[in-house]
Design a protein. Structure first.
Length: 89
């Protein structure tokens, strides 16, 4: 199950694309998702903690475009967003 997954992977993600002067559009794309190995260790000198926080992020992506509906005449309907091809911690 996803709850026990530790790592970083490409996963389908749906969101509502919005910008001023246009109506929203529901978009499904691929995004990075996951949990990466993270740790903290106390130390005696400032800043009193040694941290290692990695995040799941894009290593390869492409930029896609969609046309938003109902845009005002002076607003471009184009909306650009990333689609993950590969992710890493």
């Amino acid at each position: 199950p996803l709850r026990g997954f530790r790592g970083c992977a490409v996963r389908e993600f749906t969101f509502v694309a919005q910008k001023p002067g246009c109506k929203g559009l529901r978009i499904t794309t691929e995004a990075c998702w996951g949990r990466c190995h993270t740790w903290e260790r106390p130390i005696l000198e400032a800043p009193f903690i040694h941290r290692h926080h990695r995040v799941c992020t894009y290593s390869h992506m492409r930029i896609l475009s969609a046309r938003l509906p109902g845009c005002l005449p002076d607003v471009s309907p184009l909306y650009h967003y990333p689609a993950a091809l590969q992710c890493h911690c």
